[in-house]
Design a protein around this ligand. Sequence first.
Ligand code: ZN
Length: 447
Amino acid sequence: MRTVISRAVLLGLLLLTLAGAIIAQTTAQTTAQTTAQTTAQTPAQAPPPAPATAHFDPQAATEAYLARMTPEQRARSDAYFEGGYWLLLWDFLYGLGVAWLLLGSRLSARMRDFAERVTSLRWLQTLLYAVQYILVTFVLGLPLTLYEDFFREHQYGLSSQSFGGWMGDELKGVALALVFGGLALTLLYWVLRAAPRTWWLWGAVVALILLVFTIAVSPVFIEPVFNKYTELQDPALRGPILSLARANGIPTDHVYVFDASKQTNRMSANVSGLFGTTRIALNDNLLRRAAPPEVEAVMGHEMGHYVLHHVSKSMLFFGVVLVIGFGLLRWGFDRAAARWGERWGIRGVADPAGLPLLAALFAIYLFVLTPVIKTHIRTEEAEADLFGLNAARQPDGMAEAALHLAEYRKMSPGPVEEWIFFDHPSGRNRILMAMRWKAEHLGEVKP
Ligand SMILES: [Zn+2]
């Protein structure tokens, strides 16, 4: 679901793209396939966890977990994940191609001219341009989106959704992008007109405010559009999860479950929202496929994000990213517009016809920044892992979760590969972390 949202919004909308990144970062943990081969791996049938004895060796215990993957399973998850590296590049180049097409063919200028013929109100012209831009980029991006989010997910057995259902979600995403993106762009262009010299600074401030707003309203207005959220009923799970929450200072009486199984086979849980809307939710795949220790380990991880204030800390991080990015935008836009502005029919930065140029420049910036952003997110994920281990005290549950996740994430990357591409620690490192924790808590671990 989050890919649907972030894709729909990616339609040139810089700040909402960032929102997608943040929503994605707090989305954890595990995935699973409902294929026959992985059914053989469900915790119920799994070998018993390594016993905590005086001779417990974390490294050997990690290898024992890793050995539960067959060579075929490993090859498959490596192929899926490594394919994602290339998709990063293709997405980036494709986006630049779309921007170039809109500018070079002067389609962008014609969309602005049309908006100006319809109304003389500046804000309404911007809104009309934004609507056309979002629709056109959605249609032009559809072939790649189709391959990436529908056919490829089915090819690897990660999706459970029919084409109609998938397309329905895409269209809902576009509708949301039209509402939120249309308003956001109207506001941003008002800033660009009002502050011709310092727009980059005020633009970054407004983008950050919009990002915070998007994350805060997400559990109320965005997530329910795609999934149904209900209260977890099973007392055997509800009790321990609420107990874990109380023990860690999380004031809630609610445990939410959402019906992700209609879209995907991946198990996941997440923390979303900001201020009053923050909530932790787990998906029905996790409930169905994981044993209670694994669910507790995952929930401990999610509570870590909450207790360690990862969402607000990420806002600070992305605030800095936005200010630097808008500064570079100003520099890049002025140079590009001086050179090609006339040919593309762009009058200046406050002219909506220049949006594809702004979007392309920002995409270049984010692309270069990939390892920095991934490392920021991965660092918080590792913190949440450690918090979850200390809170839930389920090292084997955490190892099981990491093993489930291996169905779509490469298990043992090289260190540089992990640094550039991983927004969570690799499965091997997560299991090793859990086994080290276990080695230091011999005899205390829950059975
Ligand atoms: Zn996480």
